[in-house]
Write a protein that binds this ligand. Structure first.
Ligand SMILES: [Zn+2]
Length: 434
């Protein structure tokens, strides 16, 4: 088929820069603790969505009589109808386009920020290009009889990158300096190592990390980072390693230690975005109110009133309400004999209804100072079989690669770890010792 295509210059093509990363704080349970350390540098802040209706970007050709190309960035509540009208395209064109098979859905589902390029001569549409995803563009072009439709695929070329970074000021700065995308740094801090390392308290100058990860290119240009395949973090001399594994049967998927234990634990190390721990686990502490020596069977996290408190793990709410000196309290039963208790809340969260289920990371209440409390803090208890354990040091249960996938896992892990070793220049004593 011979499609007549409207003129397209580089200036009017949809920008191929890919999406800027967005920090989705709500989606990641540990992200809050990272916020201060991993604040993105200005160039990483996602371009804000233009809310002015139909911000038509200057992309128009100079001649008045020839074809004009207009790049439209979709704003909230835009419709294709409005866009066509604002550009001055003949209003019957749209209904004609909507008749075309496979086009209607791709055209009508507009998202703010989408870019549509329209080329027309005096209101007669010559072509329409709409980027549907990073790798797929809908192209509609005037043909001899009506319009011809093409879906143009432009798949990513994926390269494997590897880098090592040493922390001087913050992990974020070190990662950026090593060429990592902001999203990749967040994955390292939250998804991979956040369960074992407390990024708010534990990071030291001289800590190191190494990453093997995908880098995605399009038309020879770097677009974004892909998945982290293997990573290492040396925190105060302690080496943590993780590899990505996705079994061919799809039953196992995620980050695991080289020994096959899941990086993701059944319990969060700390159930809130805390500013500092005011009192650790100390069975012989002097109680601040009674003055008597009374076992302190939990951890106190000092935090401003209203700081969200997260469920440490999946479970069922056993109790939500007032509980003497504990004040507003939530108790979660996690099964396997494990319960967690959260006290002194200013307010109990909506998710915390006795008998209801909560998921790990879900907000169950807010820091306060109700009950016998000297200031706003979360009193957190972790009980196994009814006995209090120190949640800061207790080995937390984690998942394992199932036995029937062990061989497959070992093969994948060996490859990933070999790639990771390539980043080792041997200049870190902690690394040399392993
Ligand atoms: Zn306490």
């Amino acid at each position: 088929m011979n499609h007549l295509r409207g003129p397209r210059s580089a200036a009017t093509r949809p920008a191929a820069t890919g999406r800027r990363w967005l920090v989705s704080a709500a989606a990641l349970p540990l992200v809050g603790a990272m916020a201060l350390l991993l604040r993105p540098t200005p160039e990483d802040v996602p371009a804000s969505i233009d809310l002015t209706p139909l911000a038509v970007r200057a992309g128009e050709l100079a001649e008045d009589t020839g074809p004009r190309s207009v790049e439209v960035r979709v704003s909230r509540d835009d419709t294709l109808d409005r866009i066509f009208r604002s550009v001055g395209i003949d209003h019957t064109t749209l209904s004609e386009l909507r008749q075309l098979p496979d086009v209607r859905k791709a055209l009508d589902l507009l998202r703010p920020g989408d870019i549509i390029t329209l080329t027309h001569t005096d209101g007669a549409l010559l072509s329409l290009n709409r980027r549907i995803s990073n790798t797929l563009t809908l192209s509609v072009a005037r043909a001899d009889d009506g319009y011809a439709v093409d879906y143009i695929e432009n798949p990513f070329e994926v390269e494997i990158g590897a880098t090592r970074a040493r922390i001087d000021s913050s992990m974020f700065a070190a990662g950026r300096k090593a060429g990592l995308g902001g999203e990749t740094i967040m994955v390292l801090a939250n998804e991979i190592f956040g369960w074992d390392i407390d990024f708010a308290l534990d990071i030291r100058r001289g800590d190191e990390f190494a990453v093997v990860y995908q880098r995605k290119f399009q038309d020879g240009r770097y677009v974004k980072d892909g998945r982290v395949l293997a990573a290492e973090f040396v925190n105060q001399g302690r080496v943590h390693r993780a590899v990505w594994f996705e079994s061919t049967d799809g039953s196992a998927r995620g980050y695991f230690t080289p020994e096959g234990r899941g990086m993701r634990k059944a319990f969060l190390r700390a159930p809130l975005d805390f500013t500092r721990i005011s009192s650790g686990f100390n069975p012989r502490r002097l109680h601040p109110i009674s003055g008597r020596v009374r076992a302190h069977r939990g951890v106190d996290y000092a935090a401003p009133t209203g700081t969200p408190i997260w469920a440490a793990g999946d479970g069922r709410v056993q109790f939500a309400g007032r509980k003497g000196g504990y004040g507003n309290t939530v108790v979660i039963d996690h099964g396997r004999g494990i319960t967690t208790l959260y006290a002194h809340m200013s307010r109990i969260g909506r998710a915390s209804r006795t008998g209801g289920r909560v998921a790990q990371g879900q907000v169950i209440g807010y820091v306060g100072s109700t009950g016998a409390s000297t200031g706003p803090h979360l009193h957190y208890e972790y009980l196994v079989g009814g006995r209090h354990k120190n949640p800061a040091t207790e080995p937390l249960p984690n998942t394992e690669v199932p036995a029937h996938l062990r061989a497959e896992f070992r093969a994948a892990a060996t490859t990933a770890l070999a790639q990771l070793r390539l980043t080792d220049r041997g200049d870190g004593p902690a690394l040399a010792s392993r």
